[in-house]
Design a protein around this ligand. Sequence first.
Ligand SMILES: Nc1nc2c(ncn2[C@@H]2O[C@H](COP(=O)(O)OP(=O)(O)OP(=O)(O)O)[C@@H](O)[C@H]2O)c(=O)[nH]1
Ligand code: SF4
Ligand SMILES: [Mg+2]
Length: 405
Amino acid sequence: MKKTPIANRPHVGIYGNTNAGKSSLFNAIFGQDIAIVSEYRGTTTDPIIKAMELNPYGPIALIDTGGLDDNTEVGIKRMAKTKNMLFRTDLALYVADISDFNEDDYKKIVLQFERYKIPHILVFNKIDQVTEIERKRMELKYKDSVFIILDDEDSINSLKDRIGDELQKLEVKEDTIIGDILPSQSTVVLVIHLDEAAPRGRIILPQVQLIRDCLDHGIKAMVVRETELTQTLRELQKVDLVVTDSQIFKMVSDMVPENIILTSFSMLFANQKGDIDLLIRGVYEIENLADCSRILMAEGCSHSLTHEDIGRVKIPNLLKKYIGKELKFDFYSGYDFPGNLSDYDLVIHCGACMLNKKAVHTRLWFCEDMGIPVTNYGVILAYLNGILPRCSEIFHLKNEVKTYD
Ligand SMILES: Nc1nc2c(ncn2[C@@H]2O[C@H](COP(=O)(O)OP(=O)(O)OP(=O)(O)O)[C@@H](O)[C@H]2O)c(=O)[nH]1
Ligand code: SF4
Ligand SMILES: [Mg+2]
């Protein structure tokens, strides 16, 4: 049974006013009572996110959120948490109690959906509470919406089908890290650096994901430390690509002959989840940084020590040394961005292994819209080490390589 990491699943978020029936719908779609349902407004405080199979579509992540119409102090905090979910939502369901539909509230959230480029389905719930005539009137007025009763399985199944159809249109199915770059039967050498900050007894998620992606696409992967790399390259007859940890890029670049293409784990993830061209354009903007320029180090989760080392220590030190100026770094982790994004001169993003594609894209759009250059750890390390042209070569070759796939 294939278990897709949550970050690789399209995210379907359920939004709406308090008591609209969001949690009831979450449970009905999920097929189990996970979220607490009650007749009291404001029951759901923190969003819930669960991985599930949406048949026949496939794996998705389903999100239940707190209501949007509560202006009390607690309600405002709850709404902030709900709005953070917009960053990662690929498709939204706006649930409305048919007998208590507030069109102004709906229009307000639609503006937010548009800002975050999220398509949505308007779902009218509790249709057992209104007359047939009222229901027909609403059906005529909101032609593209779906009408459900939670204990009517058929209506839930039609909604599930509609969700699947909308997701198909978005083409946000699980995508590949390397399978669209190299043809099957290619040989890749993955170089993993095991220093004291590396977790004991295991390798980190991006490395696991890349190995699995190689297996899924019939790409042969040889996993080595840098100490075994030279010997490995001598022994293998054909190597199509070497992928290395960004932190030892310079050393590995010196070890890998010029005729073998080299890139980093972070560059591959940047290409898979983000916009590699934008991230490369962003990195050249470091040449324009001035004394006391502000840089946002944006991380996708409360990182492990390994990442702390790269994002919090290595990159800031390298960058200050390269620019020769005092720079001010702020660190932020989560799916969203801090409210003062416009204060920054540059955003440097982590590899985003825990973020879904939509969350990364939303962050990049926000930077682009505000005219703030954005790059990521892998791209900046390659740039500062003078090897960016070499490690981005694979992405320019991608289209040619794809033709004999
Ligand atoms: N009659 C009827 N009641 C429903 C239906 N769906 C949900 N309810 C009831 O509506 C109430 C609110 O449901 P919830 O699922 O907790 O609503 P919510 O939107 O999650 O509410 P908050 O978490 O407070 O924002 C509960 O008492 C549900 O039993 C329905 O289709 N028909
Ligand atoms: S999401 Fe970012 S900070 Fe978190 S583990 Fe992945 S690369 Fe590191
Ligand atoms: Mg709820």
